[in-house]
Design a protein around this ligand. Structure first.
Ligand code: SAH
Length: 353
């Protein structure tokens, strides 16, 4: 079979069975081109629409602290970056972000931050309870890294609904080239299994085009997603940050990211898949193209304007203008222009409805 025919054959097989072998995923990733990508996206859009119609869910992202005890080589808020201006939001700041977001139509709030020990379990449980009491019709998503089972359980019991923790790469050698040695893939995976066991809607994901990543690594990521069956999958291009050890590394591409979104949609038909900020950062239409490749979630920034520029995970992260929640109207219009609609909804995974 010539390469394009084999690619079409594998895309059909994936659409029918939601599963390929690692070798088959790798074949598709290595042999992608404009034609196979279009073929993939036609199918990924159809699958997405069969579960979620033309609806796009929005999540209000609140970046509550950029202090971090970790030193991940790729990340702009790593401990070792002395140039980062550090900040923390108070409980009242966070509640005010939610209030503003609620008025705008958000029904999910995402508390994201570095791994900041100032936020003890007591403080976290208290803020989680306050948010859930104030906004009982909203979902609360957490995203602040690795904790142990009991800690995750305490946040869940306080009312948190979902947790985002990207696995970053499913290959332990690759993992160790992106992280200092105290961070291991094994622990990351343990966290993900704990979160699922507790009952969270669990999100994971990885960067596309991260340093040293191979097509084989991306295929391993797909096999992990196929087997783990997360409810949410966030992926975005790696974008270098000037004050990290990876400052000279090449960034990932939009095309590669879109292709991976298509593969993820066919592997996990019901998943919540965001068109991420990083995708919107490398291309002005990145998020729209992400939706057209099979994504169904957008996560606008709800953090106070004064701190937005300080939560710089990578260079040029979009943080003003269209990225601000106040510009939700623009986002609504741009989604309508491609035939989709932003909805006022918690946007649970279909298995949680
Ligand atoms: N500390 C939390 C969440 C904050 S970082 C955690 O560990 O989950 C959120 C995500 O941003 C990371 O999982 C990583 O995949 C992504 N990220 C970090 N640096 C990046 C970079 N330079 N380019 C693209 N994405 C990056």
């Amino acid at each position: 079979m010539i390469s394009i025919d084999r690619s079409f054959f594998l895309i059909d097989k994936l659409a029918q069975t939601n599963s390929l072998t690692q070798e088959e995923y790798e074949y598709l990733i290595c042999n992608q081109n404009k034609r196979t990508a279009e073929y993939l996206f036609e199918r990924s859009r159809a699958v997405r629409e069969s579960f979620y119609n033309k609806d796009v869910y929005v999540r209000g992202l609140i970046e509550f602290s950029n202090y971090c005890k970790n030193d991940c080589f790729y990340c702009g808020i790593r401990r070792g970056n002395v140039k980062a201006q550090r900040y923390r939001l108070s409980d009242d700041d966070i509640l005010a972000c939610c209030e503003e977001g609620y008025q705008l139509g958000f029904r999910t709030f995402v508390l994201q931050g570095g791994e900041d020990n100032y936020f003890t379990d007591e403080r976290l449980v208290s803020i989680i309870s306050r948010i859930k009491e104030s906004f009982p019709d909203c979902a609360l998503t957490l995203s602040f890294g690795e904790k142990d089972y009991e800690q995750y359980k305490a946040y869940f019991d306080a009312g948190a609904d979902r947790f985002l923790l990207r696995h970053e790469t499913a290959d332990s050698n690759h993992y160790s080239r992106l992280h200092p040695k105290e961070l291991t893939l094994e622990n990351r995976m343990q966290c993900l299994y704990d979160l699922k066991k507790i009952g969270y809607q669990v999100g994971t994901g990885f960067m596309v085009g991260s340093p040293f990543q191979t097509a084989g690594n991306l295929a391993q990521d797909m096999v992990f997603l196929r087997d783990f069956q997360p409810h949410m999958v966030g992926i975005g291009p790696f974008i270098s940050h000037r004050d990290t050890p990876f400052h000279n590394m090449q960034s990932g591409t939009m095309e590669q990211t879109l292709f991976m979104i298509g593969l993820i949609r066919l592997t996990l038909p019901q998943a919540l898949i965001p068109a991420t900020t990083a995708l919107g950062t490398i291309h002005p239409q990145g998020r729209e193209k992400g939706i057209l490749a099979g994504a169904n979630v957008i996560m606008p920034n709800l953090s106070p304007m004064t701190v937005r520029k300080k939560y710089m995970l990578y260079d040029n992260k979009i943080s003003t203008g269209d990225e601000s929640a106040q510009c939700l109207k623009n986002l609504c219009e741009s989604m309508e222009s491609i035939g989709y609609r932003i909805v006022v909804d918690k946007g649970d995974h279909v298995s949680f409805k």
